[in-house]
Structure formats: C-alpha cells, structure tokens
Design a protein around this ligand. Structure first.
Ligand code: C2E
Ligand code: MG
Ligand code: MG
Ligand code: MG
Length: 291
C-alpha cells in the first residue's frame, strides 16, 4: 500500500483505488489534450416537423476522434467530463462551434435552430448565461437561434440552482428543452415552474413503441401532458416510417431519429439538406386533405 500525506493526515490508498485514480488522471489528461489538439468534432442530427417533414433545426452532438481508439461516443466520456468539471470546457467549445455553424448556414440563406446539450455542472455555472451571450455576440446571432437541452436528472440534482440558471437563460431569450423526459425522477409540480418551451420524449419509449403497447401509452400521455402544459413535444429515436406516422397521428410536433438521419459531421449537413425528401405518406395525407 502506498501512503500519501494530505494536510496533516496520512491517507492510505489501496492499490485498486490508486490504479483507478491514475486511470482517471490519464483520461483527464487525454481530454485536455483532445481539446488542445482539436480531436473533438461537432456532429449534427436534423430535427423535423412531423406534419410536413420540414427541417427546422439540428441537435449538436459531440464526437471524440481519438488518435488510437478512433471514434469515441459521448456516453463514454461525458459522465467523466461531468465529474471532473472538464465539461465546462467542452460545453464552451460545442456552443462556440454550433454558433459558428449557425451563422455560416444563415449566411448561405439557411435558417436552422441549433439544439445544444447542457449538463448539471453547466447549470451550476453562474457565468454560463454571460458566456453564452458573448458567443452569440461574436457570431451576431439572435438568442432564438438556440435551444438548450437539459436532462430531467440534471435539473433534479440541484433544482433550486438549476431553476436560477434556467430563469437567466430564459431572460436572455433562448428556448429551453427538457431532454430524456420520462427517464428521470422529476416532480411535475417542479417542472411546471420551470421556464421551458419543449419536452423531449426519451428514445427508449419511442424505440419500443411498435412492439409494446405500454410504451405507446407512455408516449401518448407524454404528448398530451406536454401539450396541456403549453409545451412543444419532440420525439427522439424515430427509426422507422411507422414510428413517424404513429407519432404524427398522436399529435407529436417534431422528431429526430435514424429514419430521418443519423448524426453526421457538421460539414455534411448542406448536402444532406439538399437531398432530403419527406416520406411519401405526408404527401398522400396532404392530397387527401386537399380533396
Ligand atoms: P441526447 O441529448 O438524448 O441525444 C440523443 C442521442 O440519441 C444521440 O446519441 C443520438 O445519436 C441518439 N439517437 C438519435 N436518434 C436515434 C435513433 O433513431 N435511434 C437510436 N438508437 N439512437 C438515436 P449520442 O450522440 O451518442 O449522445 C448521447 C448523449 O450524450 C446525448 O443524449 C447527450 O445526453 C450527451 N451528449 C452528446 N453531446 C453532448 C454535448 O455536447 N454536451 C453534453 N453535455 N452532452 C452531450
Ligand atoms: Mg439532447
Ligand atoms: Mg435525449
Ligand atoms: Mg439521451
């Protein structure tokens, strides 16, 4: 066992703990290097209006292209980045890159709204609203070009401070969304007080909808709940045309998923938008309605 001194106390570390803290240390070092060496990539996934197929925005999703390990997905490093506080650097980078993309697109006549993800630590960062305003300024963007997504569980970690940050972001004029709705433990009484505009149904329910009637019921009631609270309702995880049709029938406003597009590198978005065609059933519905 190795002994280390911290303050006046001699602390004894078991080898297993020592090993994992060393691994953590090296992951943090790697993340810092990744930021310095531009290993993070901005990926985007289109978000469409379910009634028309019109693309109204994209969700910004981070990818880490590691020199040896290749593509690393956010689930493998976001929780760690969150724990160590590195997430603030990452969030800053994502907001900056998303803002750059949004203003590039606008310059080419394409108006799309960016949805970016925040985590618990971001909500506890008192300076976040100010930093975000500075980014908008730098790219001459209106706050309404952004929607910020916060998971239910991030809000419930520290509801009081989360609410303060959300109020301030709302005051700036940015729209707010509750991500992964249905998977956390939020109280509806609490949600009612938050200045949010949108509710995103977690993909776990949407993915199982076609095979499990209970999931269909959950999705249907979430859509109604959101609408009754005056919120826009978005579904993630639309993998089939059948899921799209069902969600549209249930009145869900917007959606994203592999059926529409997988997340892609930001520089492929223009070509994708050019090639995008809404599914056939929407055109049929429209012509039926027209008589
Ligand atoms: P999320 O915000 O709920 O993002 C949606 C996730 O669902 C994305 O996973 C997306 O690729 C995936 N997805 C979308 N449509 C489908 C589908 O039809 N089928 C399936 N199976 N999956 C679909 P991704 O990109 O791996 O991100 C995972 C999570 O990591 C995100 O969940 C978000 O919580 C977090 N994350 C990603 N980028 C960032 C970021 O820049 N900052 C923060 N704080 N978190 C991020
Ligand atoms: Mg999200
Ligand atoms: Mg989600
Ligand atoms: Mg998720």
């Amino acid at each position: 066992y190795a002994a280390k001194t911290s303050g006046n106390e001699a602390v004894v570390y078991a080898p297993a703990i020592d090993k994992s803290s060393q691994e953590s240390l090296s992951l943090l070092t790697e993340l810092r290097r990744a930021a310095e060496e531009n290993q993070f990539r901005l990926y985007v996934q289109p978000k469409v209006r379910l009634g028309t197929g019109q693309v109204i925005g994209v969700e910004a999703l981070v990818r880490w292209v590691h020199p040896e390990r290749g593509m690393v997905f956010p689930d493998q490093f976001i929780p760690f980045a969150e724990k160590t506080g590195f997430i603030r650097i990452l969030t800053q980078w994502m907001l900056e890159r998303s803002a750059a993309l949004c203003s590039e697109l606008a310059a080419g006549g394409i108006r799309l709204r960016i949805s970016a993800n925040l985590s618990t630590r971001d909500l506890l960062d008192q300076d976040l609203p100010m930093k975000f305003m500075a980014i908008l300024d730098r790219h001459s963007l209106h706050p309404s070009s952004f929607c910020l997504e916060i998971t239910e569980s991030a809000i419930m970690d520290d509801p009081v401070r989360a609410q303060q940050t959300l109020e301030r972001l709302h005051a700036i004029g940015v729209d707010l969304s509750i991500d992964d709705f249905g998977t956390g433990y939020s109280s509806l009484a609490y949600l009612k007080r938050l200045p949010v505009h949108e509710l995103k149904i977690d993909k776990s329910f949407v993915l199982k909808m076609e095979s499990d009637v209970d999931d269909t019921k959950i999705v249907r009631s979430t859509i109604d709940l959101g609408h009754n609270m005056g919120l826009k309702v978005v579904a993630e995880g639309i993998e089939t045309v059948a899921a799209w049709e069902l969600l549209e029938k249930m009145g869900c406003d917007e959606g994203q998923g592999y059926f529409i597009s997988r997340p892609m590198p930001a520089d492929q978005l223009r070509a994708w938008l050019h090639a995008w065609q809404p599914p056939h059933f929407l055109a049929e519905q429209a012509s039926l309605q027209a008589g």
